[in-house]
Design a protein around this ligand. Sequence first.
Ligand code: FAD
Ligand code: HEM
Length: 380
Amino acid sequence: MDVTRLKDSWKKVAAYGDEVPLFFYSTLFLTHPETRRLFPVSMSAQRDRLVGALGRIVSDVDRVDELAPFLQQLGRDHRKFAVVAEHYPAVGQALLHTLAHFLGPDWKPELAEDWSEAYGLVAKVMTEAADEAAQTTPPWWDARIIKHERRTADVAVLSVQPEYELDFIPGQSVAVESRLRPNVWRYYTPANAPRRNGTLDFHVRLVGGGPLSTALVQGVQPGDVLRLGSPVGDRLTPGRDRDVLMVAGGTGLAPFKAVLERMRTEAAEGGPRRRAHLFVGAPYARDHYDYPALHEMTRECPWLRVVPCVSREAARPGAEAGDAVDVAVRYGPWSAEDVYVCGSPEMVSGSLQRLAEAGVARDRIRYEDFDSTSTSGGNP
Ligand SMILES: Cc1cc2nc3c(=O)[nH]c(=O)nc-3n(C[C@H](O)[C@H](O)[C@H](O)COP(=O)(O)OP(=O)(O)OC[C@H]3O[C@@H](n4cnc5c(N)ncnc54)[C@H](O)[C@@H]3O)c2cc1C
Ligand code: HEM
């Protein structure tokens, strides 16, 4: 198999941009109409999650051993889309047909052979992992909403009770789907450490024009059932030995609250003595939707400092003026701490730049990559 040839050909096809998913899905749905019901009703090319990743991942076949954990997770996770082994050849054919269409005369039999073999290998790792997972875990978890609080105009805190235990590590995220938006799956981060009663809290901020966040903030109510996927991610799950600096924007607070709850339990059980500094940003003081809980936590945990920050008004008692990252930099230097950042994509990229300017070593900064299809991401 000639991997350079694979990668080069994918680059050429990817250059056609949005035309590629359009062609791929038309082919898939025409040749295998039974696959249409697995996808959202509205499939904007801009939001396409499958095709871009598919070409990139398959043409990375020379790293298949290195990528195995990612592919296994992807395969296990595809069960939540109701994907079964029989769907894989359909997607493989549509992929090859798409490549042939865009490569024209460059689509030679040897290249077709390479793609077919590479897809087969990736599909094998994914389907085997899915089969194995089917022995122990459900394809998704049905979870009933037991509380839905509108904390601000655009933020809701939802508590849900999964039907079966959903085991996760604080800092991990789970994909969520609501019957109000069938097949629209988005990631949200539990804002609590695992509890004995198994309930999870989600902090959801409404993103203008976004289908699922709008439904979760404005549409759903107690008693409704959401579907949850298996937990993913390890970038916001600190080890036990170092002091931590956390910089959160808006609902980027969620993973840190979960991590702090775990640190509180560890400290109470005589675990490692670490300090944690949390800087939480919002435009106005009234947007600090979880302030009472954070305040309560600082009273219980002498090793924790929480600094609410406001970017669009002057400092006031209990809130510093400025973006969370700027305030954090003012409180520095952060020469020994591990640094975690979470918020909107813009907030994360701005914070990384600001921390670098302030001399924080890049390899001590961790953040969740908003591209959930990424196999490596921007973390050390
Ligand atoms: C690993 C991970 C964990 C996440 N955890 C949370 C969480 O705990 N709480 C939460 O509210 N959201 C979280 N998100 C974002 C969430 O998955 C959704 O993208 C968001 O709720 C919008 O969903 P939507 O379907 O309404 O709109 P989408 O179709 O997802 O987005 C519409 C548009 O808004 C942009 N966008 C998406 N999210 C944001 C954002 N936060 N700020 C600004 N623009 C954005 C998208 O790029 C897109 O252009 C997380 C995302 C990832 C990848
Ligand atoms: C080698 C095989 C495949 C690879 C590498 C692959 C990769 C991916 C990736 C990376 C995503 C995004 C996941 C996320 O954001 O959580 C995705 C989404 C998806 N995949 Fe696959 N996939 C493969 C096969 C299939 C098959 C066989 C089907 C069945 C038809 C399928 C159906 C879907 C669906 C329905 C989505 C969600 C799409 C959306 O939300 O818009 N995939 N896939």
